[in-house]
Design a protein around this ligand. Structure first.
Ligand code: NAG
Ligand code: NAG
Ligand code: NAG
Ligand code: NAG
Ligand code: NAG
Ligand code: ZN
Length: 489
């Protein structure tokens, strides 16, 4: 059977089942296998492919592009017509502290500090911000993974994990679906400065800081480095990039500078770095994790990311955590765009932001051969975002950039979340795709079918009831009490 006749056969089938035109996905054929053929606008690194396809077989992506390339395959697949919707790889969140997912955002007391120890520990007469998880941190972690899954994030580097739900790229047991086991080392205190050491001119932080030999041995090392806007934050980068800066050991251990800046290393925050420091990051092929909302809420400003992009640095987005960051990757991307514009007068194209949430994030986490893009052979972590064409009230939104449609989407706009080809969230119109223990959950004005109970060990609604009153996992378009993304004047 040649390609045309196959196409014709598919179309005939489709015509027979054709439903009224809609911007939402329809099941046009329920196949016998668990294979899935998605039709719609497919987001790839080369651009958005309209009227294209993604074929999912045994949890992997088996074909992307023109339906003709499918050949004989797909005969017993379910066919989902998502014309008008956008098909994207699931987002990868490279910076979370996921066990704080039940802690409400910090109230804005109007104080912008200069270094993380200022708010963490109340250093230098700043107000100490208390964060304590009320109740089980396992439940809080599950809650955070659900909030992110419901907003299109399928992988997280978050310092904690529960089995199932989102992938946890920093835990061998959190990878799911037989991913090649190789984890991110996720280090919040590379210089062992947890107790509050702030230095300027030497590296006398705590004992046993990260060193070059250790860092080189890791597949990926993601470290909080230079979180602050003062010389003390800048000093942290010097201590980790210049081995001759401090060659005198400190009493009690540590005290030596080292040089870990290499392609397998990503710096989280890096707010204290100078343009010259970023030139070093660029030359060495190291990467940056950008968390603009948390930066602005705590320090009043964020990175001039266009400088980094022009230098050729791979930048990924991360939400940081609920107390000062974004509740979802979509809210982080919205903050990233507005911060770049407001502080630096730069318009970052939606596709660039989308890359920071997908392919760049996969590179930062070291999973770029398995995750982060829709390509044959990769794991089928796929999210479908509702179409926005047509009229929204008075506003003509027929020409929305499909990358914008994906990366700025609210939870309500998500129609399908697949992790390894397994549907974890489906919209009611395509409910026949749901399998396992599923439940109907109200997402604002629309409902979603959520199929996570088998992995969670309880229904979503049961977890919600037991956590009664904590910050929600299902959010309106504008999450409540969201930390500010408005830079300090
Ligand atoms: C998909 O749906 C659109 C309308 O939304 C329709 O025009 C098109 O023919 C359908 N294609 C297939 C293959 O079902
Ligand atoms: C903190 O406040 C106290 C009391 O006002 C003052 O003596 C001290 O110098 C301040 N410390 C710093 C680092 O500003
Ligand atoms: C923890 O939860 C309990 C029960 O809901 C509540 O009474 C208490 O105020 C909470 N504590 C904090 C610090 O939120
Ligand atoms: C590293 O530190 C040494 C000692 O402070 C200094 O002389 C040298 O210029 C620094 N190297 C770089 C690349 O900044
Ligand atoms: C931000 O970076 C851009 C691109 O390198 C540069 O042209 C601009 O001057 C920078 N802005 C500030 C305020 O540093
Ligand atoms: Zn952090």
């Amino acid at each position: 059977m040649n390609c045309l006749s196959q196409l014709l056969q598919l179309l005939l089938l489709v015509v027979a089942l054709l439903r009224p035109a809609s911007e939402e996905c329809n099941i046009v054929r329920r196949g016998l296998s668990r294979d899935l053929l998605l039709i719609g606008t497919v987001l790839t690194n080369e651009g958005a492919l309209q009227d294209s396809t993604v074929f999912v077989q045994s949890g992997r992506i088996a074909h992307v592009g023109d339906i003709c390339g499918l050949g004989m395959r797909g005969g017993d697949a379910s066919v989902l017509n998502c014309t008008g919707s956008v098909i994207s790889p699931g987002f990868i969140n490279t910076h979370e502290h996921i066990e704080f997912s039940t802690v409400s955002p910090f109230p804005d007391i109007g104080e912008r500090v200069r270094h993380r120890h200022d708010w963490r520990l109340g250093a230098r007469n700043y107000t100490m911000r208390e964060v304590s998880v009320n109740g089980s941190s396992v439940d809080a972690t599950a809650w955070g993974e659900l909030r992110h899954l419901f907003s299109g994030t399928t992988s997280i580097v978050g310092g904690n994990m529960v089995p199932g739900l989102a992938r946890n790229l920093d835990f061998p047991d959190g990878l799911e679906d037989g991913l090649d086991a190789r984890v991110v080392i996720n280090d919040i205190f590379p210089l062992k400065d947890k107790l509050g050491a702030m230095r300027n001119g030497d590296c006398d932080y705590g004992p046993d800081p990260i060193d070059q030999d250790t860092a080189i041995g890791y597949h990926r090392y993601i470290g909080h480095i230079g979180e602050g806007v003062d010389v003390e934050a800048a000093n942290e980068f010097i201590c980790l990039s210049n081995a001759t800066f401090d060659t005198t050991p400190a009493v009690g251990g540590g005290g030596l500078s080292t040089d870990i800046i290499a392609p397998n290393v990503a710096l989280v925050h890096a707010l204290g770095l100078t343009p010259g420091d970023f030139d070093i990051v660029a030359v060495r092929g190291a990467k940056i994790v950008w968390s603009p909302r948390s930066n602005i809420h705590l320090y009043g400003t964020t990175l001039n990311v266009s400088y980094l992009l022009e230098a050729g640095i791979t930048v990924a987005l991360g939400t940081d955590w609920l107390p000062s960051g974004s509740a979802t990757m979509g809210r982080e991307a919205i903050c990233a765009a507005s911060a770049a514009d407001e502080i630096f007068g730069v318009k970052i194209p939606p596709k660039v932001l989308w890359e920071m949430a997908t392919v760049n994030a996969a590179m930062v986490a070291g999973f770029e051969d398995q995750l982060g893009s829709l390509e044959t052979g990769k794991v089928a972590d796929i999210v479908v975002f509702e179409g926005k064409s047509g009229k929204d009230g008075e506003r003509d939104i027929s020409i929305v950039d499909p990358f914008e449609q994906a990366v700025f989407a609210s939870q309500e706009e998500i129609e399908l979340v697949l992790r390894g080809g397994k549907p974890l969230l489906v919209s009611p119109r395509i409910k026949d795709l749901a399998s396992g223990t599923c439940e109907l959950v109200a997402f604002g004005d629309s409902n979603k079918i959520v199929c996570i109970a088998d992995e969670l060990g309880s229904l979503f609604k049961e977890l919600e009831a037991s956590l009664r009153g904590v910050y929600p996992a299902v959010l309106p378009e504008l999450p409540p009490d969201e930390p500010t993304c408005k830079p300090k004047a």
